[in-house]
Design a protein around this ligand. Structure first.
Ligand SMILES: *Cc1c(COP(=O)(O)O)cnc(C)c1O
Length: 434
């Protein structure tokens, strides 16, 4: 019998968790309750008391193939017997080179160089460093500002925070630390709406006003994730990319949430036919197994950085290109491409659309929207996690709403019944009084 099944052991675990362990964006003294997970497989999280929950979160976009997938487990086991890690300074290895080859192959042709980072946030830091060092190498060191849109999310490290939405992105808390960047209004046209020139007038003005000081524009393509789960018009991104080219600034795209099929395209930028100068991927890169992200850039960017004083890109994490992460990432990419993932994501999109539709009629619901395997119910007021989470759990589903958003991005292996369980739980929990 698993020790975690013993009720007193579980109580002790939760007490120690409360006493010692910090959770994301949580108070140490008055944290929200947490659920102890004993194991996970397929689309199910198994709690310490034996209950099973259908996972609607893919562990924050990452576990696209579900949990304990036999192919990914095998890739990891095979690699751990060969080597768990070696430093990447002065050494290289097959898992890293193989993954780099795959990433270069599945992204636009002009992206040829890969930098492996430890997390999405760190990859954004690296992308920003690339942009700044690029301009140093091109003899324009005054280009060191970033332009972005409001409502964005790019991670929690300092440089990444500087391009998150200034209000929801914690700038007020860390004013002394966070550099001032240039912000335009969030993209107005929704996914299916037409785009007018006036929608990008402010961006065009800012590109003009800060000409000579801007290193790059950074945005999330199509989906603004943690900044509000909004889907904006692909034509907005197409025009933004054209404005960047005209202004001669680099375009950095953050596909950390959207990459690997989530929106119905392998990369969300494909909706807009846009090729960035620098691309960040993470989250689903390792299929949700280990922390790893990657920054891809063009030969032109790489050449610029290499012409900068010192000639090197100034970043080098201890666990760079970790072989375990690289091996499981490689297997995850192969697993994804080896199956009809577009069809799966389209099916989930249809199931989410149908299943969440009744939520539109519920009191307090502002909007229901779906894109690819992402379903969002936006409420008029912030949701009360303390009340809502137990109602979802009672319906056998794991979701983690935030702010005014109850949202789901299920693993691609989810069956129609899994997706129905999720959407029924959302509708039922939101309909339930008190
Ligand atoms: C999650 C996320 C990040 C940060 O990634 P971490 O691995 O959590 O550091 C950056 N950008 C976007 C768009 C994200 O969704």
């Amino acid at each position: 019998m698993d020790a975690a099944w013993d009720p007193t052991a579980v109580e002790q675990l939760l007490a120690d968790d409360r006493a010692h362990v910090w959770h994301p964006y949580a108070s140490a003294v008055d944290p929200l309750p947490v659920l102890p997970v004993a194991s996970a497989s397929g689309t199910r999280l198994r709690l310490a008391d034996g209950r099973e929950l259908v996972d609607g979160m893919s562990s924050w976009w990452a576990a696209i193939h579900g949990y304990a997938h036999p192919v990914l487990n095998r890739a990891l086991r095979d690699q751990v017997d060969r080597m768990a890690h070696v430093m990447f300074g002065g050494l290289t290895h097959e898992p890293a080179v193989r993954l780099a080859r795959q990433l270069v192959e599945i992204t636009p042709t002009s992206l040829t160089r890969v930098f492996f980072a430890d997390s999405g946030s760190v990859s954004v830091e690296v992308a920003v460093k690339m942009a700044l060092q690029y301009w140093q190498g091109r003899g324009q060191p005054d280009r060191r500002l970033l332009l972005t849109v409001r409502g964005g999310y790019h991670g929690d490290t300092t440089g990444a925070m500087s391009v998150c939405d200034p209000v929801t992105g914690m700038h007020g808390l860390f004013r002394a630390l966070v550099p001032q960047q240039v912000f335009a209004e969030r993209p107005r046209p929704r996914f299916a709406e037409p785009v007018r020139d006036s929608d990008l007038a402010e961006v065009a003005n800012l590109l003009d006003r800060y000409a000579g000081q801007l290193a790059a524009v950074i945005v999330e393509p199509i989906v603004q994730g943690a900044g509000g789960m909004r889907f904006y018009a692909p034509a907005y991104l197409t025009r933004l990319a054209a404005l960047c080219r005209e202004a001669g600034v680099l375009l950095l795209l953050d596909e950390i949430a959207t990459g690997f099929g989530r929106t119905g395209r392998l990369f969300a930028s494909e909706w807009a036919g846009v090729v960035p100068d620098v691309l960040c991927v993470g989250k689903a890169l390792t299929g949700g197994y280990l922390t790893m992200a990657a920054v891809l850039c063009t030969d032109e960017v790489a050449a610029g950085v290499s012409a900068a004083p010192g000639g090197a890109l100034m970043h080098g994490p201890t666990f760079m290109a970790n072989p375990l992460a690289a091996a499981v990432a490689s297997a995850s990419v192969e697993l994804l491409l080896g199956q009809p993932w577009q069809q799966r994501v389209a099916e989930i999109e249809g199931q989410l659309t149908a299943g969440l539709a009744p939520a539109s009629a519920l009191p307090g619901v502002a909007e229901v929207r779906v894109l690819g395997a992402i379903g969002v119910v936006e409420m008029a007021e912030p949701v009360d996690l303390r009340a809502l989470t137990p109602r979802l759990v009672a319906r056998g589903v794991w979701l983690r709403p935030f702010g005014r958003l109850v949202y789901t991005m299920p693993p691609y292996i989810s069956t129609a019944a899994d997706v129905a369980a999720i959407t029924d739980a959302v509708v039922g929990a939101l309909a339930q009084d008190g």
